[in-house]
Design a protein around this ligand. Structure first.
Ligand SMILES: *[C@@H]1O[C@H](CO)[C@@H](O)[C@H](O)[C@H]1NC(C)=O
Ligand SMILES: *[C@@H]1O[C@H](CO)[C@@H](O)[C@H](O)[C@H]1NC(C)=O
Ligand SMILES: *[C@@H]1O[C@H](CO)[C@@H](O)[C@H](O)[C@H]1NC(C)=O
Ligand SMILES: *[C@@H]1O[C@H](CO)[C@@H](O)[C@H](O)[C@H]1NC(C)=O
Ligand SMILES: *[C@@H]1O[C@H](CO)[C@@H](O)[C@H](O)[C@H]1NC(C)=O
Ligand SMILES: *[C@@H]1O[C@H](CO)[C@@H](O)[C@H](O)[C@H]1NC(C)=O
Ligand SMILES: *[C@@H]1O[C@H](CO)[C@@H](O)[C@H](O)[C@H]1NC(C)=O
Ligand SMILES: *[C@@H]1O[C@H](CO)[C@@H](O)[C@H](O)[C@H]1NC(C)=O
Ligand SMILES: *[C@@H]1O[C@H](CO)[C@@H](O)[C@H](O)[C@H]1NC(C)=O
Ligand SMILES: *[C@@H]1O[C@H](CO)[C@@H](O)[C@H](O)[C@H]1NC(C)=O
Ligand SMILES: *[C@@H]1O[C@H](CO)[C@@H](O)[C@H](O)[C@H]1NC(C)=O
Length: 794
């Protein structure tokens, strides 16, 4: 029973407190605390008294940590009623059991606590938890309080305080920020355990505006709480029944001081006291951009690792594409395929912070199977998940659009979202195979390889050598020639283990020369369909071409080799890099190289990828060089690969740089979609990939073309631009197609306004086959046709 006053007495009390802890920490109805006097908790941890906040001269009754160097107010009694002159003002406790702040001059109650009970001998006590309580002097039951400050916190949470709801009394315990550093009156920001739907922690501005949603309780923690890692200094308890909904922290170490605050800017902090450093804020909430409520709209998913952070959930597309292109994501996404109710399926999305649960339904005893059945039963159910991840039980169901989802690895959870049956997982596997296959077609990883050539028969080898030396390109030829024995040694006698792949013109082997240089050896087989002409052609061209997007020295066609490359999935960034690399390589061929070359057989399988996924155009077996102002040539020997050949070339044998541009356009659409042009099929129409892309372009849905395996990891404007440029490249009339220099510029420059695309050539592939079937049978086309056959889904 000790009310210290400032000065000597106060100093004395400090001495007493530090030696004996017998000092009382209570006041009764005959005792009072006036300005300058304080009430100290039994262990000396907390102190209650008058203070003035910030630069204000107003006086308030408040509580602070007593022995810490900096005084931070953790609770204020009269936060809405400042006292301007504390003369004759004091705090005491009166019957029936209320704390009162009284102005004795005119006997006015400035502030009071309240109670629903009446006791004979009420006392107020300051506890070492930071709680100020009113109880009956003779009632020793620890929790039987008439009133406690922990039920009326201001902007600070202390361990042991129970946040949430008492449904019997209707009392909600929540935090509310100060109005300013000078004014502890209630500010705009509040921190609630919101009971709507399934409970979750919310940081609100004003009454309804959610600033940040920490998320629902999942049995272990709040789904999106940043301190998901177990902290040795406290653990969490959560209670939910018809009488109460509460959560609190249990402090596991009495020597650690911590608190959570909300400030008026809408930031919550977790502070810990560190000797010599003071209060350290080691968690700020919201943590990052993705914590801003609903920033990516319904079915959008926010991932701070991406730029921009917003994407659509897999199998979803932007609702309003133009908004997304303008980086306004709030309109969110919609299912790529509409639900049909009956026969819908669920797809699991992992590693996420659960969406807003304010309009959800739950049952704590259902199993996940019952949960799924319940969701399937009702057509307006959009998703379900397990309620309690520690007990692996319970059911949480959403009946509304899913809002405020973020990727939250490694602490994210699973959610099962309703999709149309055509989007089912079994189809998902097919899609994965498709992209894996495309990746394998795009190339085999060659680690800094220099390609060399080897001929099966020594006779031929000599003939080639002779041919090269006799040829008109003799002086230009810088190709080093190797003995067969050297090559045999390097490739371990063409060992099977060294085989990189099987090209249409023969197998390719990896080898190591005596100097340690890695090489790839293309072995021309006896049965090779590649004539000596093509071979010579290739050798001569490659020897003279040097560009980082061309195979150095000698290229060859690598056929798909699934086992080696199945795992080689390409994300959008890599794909875009490949598109740009091929464009630059082709530009070099067309304009910048000494020779000015039309490749004539550009296709996925002629693009090799090095270890950094940089593309290298290869296989110059069919390339033609042209000179001066010559822009077009005619051949009666149409070579190339169907699906990539431009109409004027396939039909009339006319080739020009614009036929390469056409092939490039096809290749880009294949890279974006993960599907082959030839063999492409769609349930809605009989168009090939070009036709399909054209249809989507006209309907303003270019993103629907995108490979499903890209998920949300792509940058929309790059995709839209790539598709648009590709469609410009495959236009029917060669004159309409852009040159490769325009292509490189259009791809690389966001600001270039793209012209409207006209209808592509070979819009419907079967027209071509029907009308010009004779062309295809007469003309020798690239024999590795096989490499572009669409693999079937399994
Ligand atoms: C209040 O406490 C003081 C000091 O212990 C004591 O003298 C006084 O009788 C108490 N008053 C009541 C009403 O209990
Ligand atoms: C108090 O006033 C001074 C000078 O006007 C200012 O620098 C300081 O930030 C103020 N402190 C608070 C807590 O507002
Ligand atoms: C207390 O009462 C006196 C006299 O009525 C008045 O002047 C003073 O402003 C009052 N103080 C407070 C804090 O209300
Ligand atoms: C507070 O009020 C008392 C009497 O009502 C008066 O004597 C004193 O000057 C006032 N103090 C201030 C700072 O106004
Ligand atoms: C102050 O007012 C209360 C009721 O409001 C009354 O019970 C009490 O006797 C008054 N005290 C004085 C000193 O006037
Ligand atoms: C106590 O006071 C608070 C605010 O002043 C009020 O909301 C609450 O209903 C009161 N409780 C009781 C039991 O009177
Ligand atoms: C939290 O810690 C308290 C005190 O050590 C202990 O009683 C309680 O069981 C713990 N709760 C959980 C959920 O671990
Ligand atoms: C609230 O906290 C944030 C983050 O620490 C800080 O930037 C901001 O200035 C604080 N607001 C106020 C009013 O102190
Ligand atoms: C899908 O549903 C939306 C909204 O109900 C509707 O506007 C759209 O036309 C539907 N799409 C298809 C292909 O049925
Ligand atoms: C919750 O699920 C259990 C088990 O399926 C069932 O017995 C109970 O009736 C359900 N409760 C509600 C409110 O639906
Ligand atoms: C489906 O759920 C919604 C939302 O809970 C409800 O309004 C509707 O009655 C349910 N329909 C059926 C058939 O159960």
């Amino acid at each position: 029973m000790d009310i210290s006053s400032k000065g000597f007495i106060f100093f004395l009390q400090v001495l007493i407190l530090s030696s004996v802890s017998a000092v009382t920490n209570t006041i009764n109805s005959t005792q009072r605390i006036s300005d300058g006097e304080t009430l100290v908790s039994s262990g000396g941890t907390f102190e209650l008294g008058f203070f003035s906040p910030g630069n204000s001269t107003n006086r308030y009754i408040g509580m602070w940590h007593r022995n810490l160097a900096s005084r931070i107010i953790i609770w204020v009694a009269n936060r809405e009623v400042p006292i301007r002159n504390t003369t004759n003002v004091f705090l005491t406790v009166t019957e029936p059991g209320i704390l009162v702040l009284i102005n004795e001059t005119d006997n006015i109650t400035i502030w009071s606590s309240n109670t629903s009970r009446t006791v004979q001998n009420p006392i107020a006590q300051s506890l070492d938890s930071g709680n100020l309580v009113v109880r009956d002097m003779n009632d020793d039951r620890p929790e039987n309080f008439l009133w406690q400050s922990f039920d009326y916190p201001t902007d600070t949470y202390l361990p042991g305080m129970r946040m949430g709801w008492n449904f019997v009394t209707g009392l909600e315990v929540y935090l509310r920020s100060w109005r300013s550093n000078d004014d502890p009156a209630p500010g705009d920001i509040s921190y609630h355990l919101d009971p709507t739907g399934y409970p979750q922690l919310l940081l609100n501005r004003g009454d309804d505006d959610v600033v940040y949603r920490i998320g629902p309780w999942n049995g272990v923690r709040f789904s999106g709480s940043p301190n998901a890692i177990e902290d040795p200094t406290y653990n969490l308890s959560f209670v939910m029944n018809e009488n109460e909904l509460q959560y609190w922290e249990n402090s596991l170490s009495s020597s650690v001081f911590s608190r959570i605050t909300v400030n008026q800017s809408g930031v919550a902090h977790r502070w810990t006291w560190v000797d010599r450093r003071g209060w350290v804020a080691y968690i700020n909430m919201p943590v990052d951009l993705c914590d801003t409520y609903a920033s990516c709209g319904p079915y959008g998913i926010c991932n701070v690792g991406n730029s921009p952070p917003c994407g659509c959930l897999d199998r979803f597309v932007p609702r309003v594409l133009n908004d997304w292109l303008r980086t306004d994501w709030t309109s969110g996404c919609i299912r790529r395929t509409n639900l049909s109710c009956g026969g819908d399926v669920f797809r699991r999305y992992s590693g996420i912070k659960l969406p807003d649960v304010r309009f959800s339904w739950h049952n704590v005893s259902m199993t996940i199977q019952e949960c799924r059945a319940e969701c399937l039963r009702n057509c307006s159910c959009t998703a379900y998940t397990q309620l309690d991840i520690s007990r692996r039980s319970g059911c949480l169901i959403w009946y509304t659009d899913l809002i405020d989802i973020r990727s939250f690895s490694p602490n994210g959870q699973d959610i099962y979202i309703r999709l149309a049956s055509s989007e089912s997982d079994s189809e998902g596997k097919n899609r994965t195979v498709l992209i894996a296959s495309l990746a394998s077609v795009i190339g085999v990883v060659l680690i800094g390889l220099v390609l060399f050539l080897c001929i099966w028969k020594r006779k031929n080898y000599t003939k080639i050598r002779g041919g090269l030396q006799d040829g008109s390109h003799k002086k230009d030829s810088e190709l080093p020639l190797f003995d067969l024995s050297t090559i045999l040694k390097a490739t371990n006698n063409f060992s099977f283990n060294n085989k990189l792949g099987e090209g249409g013109f023969g197998p390719v082997y990896k080898g190591i020369l005596e100097g340690g240089q890695e090489i790839a050896v293309k072995r021309l087989s006896k049965n090779s369909m590649q004539g000596l002409d093509e071979l010579k052609n290739e050798v001569v061209f490659i020897a003279k071409l040097q560009h980082r997007n061309l195979v150095r020295l000698l290229g060859c066609c690598i056929q798909e080799e699934e086992n080696k490359t199945k795992s080689m999935l390409l994300d959008w960034e890599k794909r875009f890099n490949i598109i740009n690399g091929v464009a630059r390589g082709l530009l070099y061929l067309h304009q910048d190289s000494r020779l000015r070359i039309i490749h004539r057989d550009l296709k996925a399988s002629n693009v090799l990828l090095d270890s950094e996924m940089n593309p290298k155009i290869s296989d110059f077996g069919m390339a033609r060089s042209f000179v001066g102002n010559e822009t077009q040539a005619k051949t009666h020997r149409v070579v190339g690969t169907y699906g990539y050949m431009s109409p004027e070339y396939a039909v009339d044998g006319l080739f020009s740089v614009k036929s390469d541009v056409f092939s490039f356009g096809v290749l880009v659409l294949e890279i974006v979609s993960g599907k082959r042009n030839r063999g492409f099929s769609h349930i809605d129409h009989n168009l090939n990939l070009l036709g399909h892309a054209w249809t989507l372009y006209k309907e303003d849905r270019p993103l629907d073309l995108v490979d499903a395996s890209l998920g949300n990891s792509f940058y929309f404007s790059e995709v839209v631009r790539s598709v648009h440029v590709a469609l410009l490249c495959v236009q029917q009339n060669p004159k309409d197609r852009p040159s490769m220099s325009s292509v490189v510029m259009m791809l690389g420059n966001e600001d270039v306004l793209l012209p409207q695309s006209k209808q592509p050539g070979f819009f419907n592939e079967r027209d071509v086959l029907a009308d010009h079937g004779s062309t295809s049978t007469n003309a020798p086309t690239s024999t590795n046709e096989m490499s572009i056959t669409m693999p079937e889904g399994r």
